[in-house]
Design a protein around this ligand. Structure first.
Ligand code: HEM
Length: 89
């Protein structure tokens, strides 16, 4: 999406357009969140393999993973909002 997005920017928009800069910032935030999410997922799998799903530690880490997943979804929805409504010139 970054590549096709930047391609469309190159065709039709100045790169300094506010909603595009906001989308790029959110995209970077989303990638950062995804990297953290993957690290948390790996830790969750380690807990699962070592102790099974019944422990408090596993519960805690799976909640963190779920929270990060929901946050990631919100970032995507907000980027979609910026794309469709282009609220700031
Ligand atoms: C940060 C990277 C991105 C950049 C720089 C970018 C940039 C753009 C640009 C310039 C357009 C054309 C707008 C127009 O001329 O009408 C566009 C359209 C669109 N983008 Fe992105 N985009 C990015 C990421 C995304 C993502 C992550 C999504 C989905 C979640 C997305 C969904 C869309 C959609 C649905 C449209 C069509 C909107 C419409 O015309 O109604 N884009 N994008």
């Amino acid at each position: 999406m970054l590549i096709t997005g930047l391609w469309m920017v190159n065709m039709a928009w100045p790169l300094t357009t506010r909603w595009i800069l906001e989308a790029l910032a959110l995209w970077a935030l989303g990638i950062g969140g995804l990297v953290i999410f993957l690290a948390v997922l790996r830790k969750q799998l380690r807990h699962l393999e070592a102790e099974g799903p019944g422990t408090a530690a596993y519960h805690r880490i799976s909640l963190v993973g779920r929270g990060l997943g929901a946050g990631f979804g919100l970032v995507v929805v907000f980027i979609l909002y910026l794309m469709v409504f282009k609220p700031t010139p």
